[in-house]
Design a protein around this ligand. Structure first.
Ligand SMILES: Nc1ncnc2c1ncn2[C@@H]1O[C@H](COP(=O)(O)OP(=O)(O)O)[C@@H](O)[C@H]1O
Ligand code: SF4
Ligand SMILES: [Mg+2]
Length: 323
């Protein structure tokens, strides 16, 4: 069956203005996402990885219009939502949901679980009265919680259970697309696999498309169909999951992968240490943003920004090594 695109992102930029200097008059920008291009197929999980601060969350939040777009286009099922006003966006708000890293701060401590999960139902006018109550019970069951949990408060749950509440809330509106922003990073290792398995079961059951954000590559191989690697506001490599792990092309991806211990393969492979400073996203260098840490950097790398190119086999890479 031909793969269908759910999302296509073209030249996406998100700059945050910050005031600098005496009296705060001079405006500078944090270029958190700077010309990012990718697409996500219906029903797949697209992993987005990169070190903390490289712009993963900002990409996700801009994609579902939690932030205004500085520049670029976001096509959802073929419709450009990048400049839609709130009223026009409302049906898309229902289609696109987000699960956050820290289930504690993302759930209102004063609300019961029933109110937390019921809120999106109310906002979108999806159910009331008995129907609402039944739907909340059904959602709790979907995420492995019980009906009697409905009247409890977030602090009465463990971290893993709170994340389940967050997932139930995201599912309440029957979304087509969910951004999972480091959903297991804050959880005990012992329950991380449970939550990932549950997310996969939910995907299989409802055909939901995921953007799964993680800060390292060890977590995403299993869950992702394809993976994008971000560095300082840019997407530097995109490939199918196995292809990326077996044949990483970008020097940054190679360094990230070499940092993952793999007891089964390449025992003699040495870890590539990333040295040098990460430049500031306020004033990124011209040319390749990874040049200050890349052992292959040559003159052109410091002059000309590499564009992301199709290397065949659904493998994209932005690096002058492959010009
Ligand atoms: N609301 C904001 N205002 C100003 N700068 C921000 C804001 N949110 C994120 N940033 C900056 O944008 C960059 C990318 O952040 P973020 O998207 O959170 O990265 P990641 O999720 O990959 O850790 C960082 O330099 C961060 O400090
Ligand atoms: S473009 Fe140059 S500096 Fe950048 S990753 Fe490739 S070789 Fe390294
Ligand atoms: Mg983040």
């Amino acid at each position: 069956m031909e793969k269908q695109e759910l999302l296509r992102v073209k030249g996406l930029k998100k700059y945050f203005p910050i005031k600098k200097g005496f009296g705060g008059h001079k405006v500078q920008y944090v270029k958190a996402v700077d010309n990012v291009n990718f697409h996500i197929y219906k029903g797949e999980t697209f992993g987005l990885v990169g070190e903390s601060g490289c712009g993963k969350s900002t990409t996700g939040r801009t994609l579902i219009r939690l932030y205004d777009v500085t520049e670029g286009e976001i096509l959802f099922d073929g419709t450009d939502i990048s400049r839609m006003k709130e009223k026009e966006l409302l049906p898309y708000r229902k289609k696109m949901q987000m699960i956050f890293q820290d289930p504690y701060s993302s759930l209102d401590a004063r609300m019961t679980v029933s109110d937390i999960i019921g809120e999106p139902l109310d906002i979108h006018g999806l159910a009331s009265g008995k129907e609402r109550k039944d739907r909340i019970s059904e959602l709790l069951e979907n995420v492995g919680l019980k009906e009697e949990h409905a009247n409890r408060y977030p602090h009465e749950f463990s971290g893993g259970q709170r994340q389940r509440v967050g997932i139930a809330r995201a599912l309440a509106v029957n979304p087509e697309f969910i951004i999972c922003d480091e959903p297991i990073s804050a959880l005990d290792v012992s329950i991380q696999a449970q939550v990932v398995n549950m997310l996969e079961d939910i995907q299989n059951q409802y055909g939901i498309t995921y953007l799964f954000i993680a800060h390292d590559l060890s977590m995403v191989r299993h869950i992702s169909d394809r993976i994008g690697v971000m560095y300082l506001g840019n997407l530097v490599e995109i490939a199918e999951s196995d292809e990326l792990y077996e044949n990483p092309l970008h020097p940054y991806t190679q360094a990230l992968l070499s940092a993952i211990p793999n007891p089964y393969k390449d025992k003699n492979k040495t870890r590539i240490m990333l040295e040098g400073e990460v430049p500031s996203p306020i004033d990124p260098p011209k040319g390749c943003r990874f040049a200050s840490r890349c052992k292959y950097a040559k003159d052109i790398c410091r002059e000309t920004e590499p564009v992301i190119k199709d290397m065949g086999n659904e493998h994209f890479c932005a690096c002058h090594l492959y010009d």
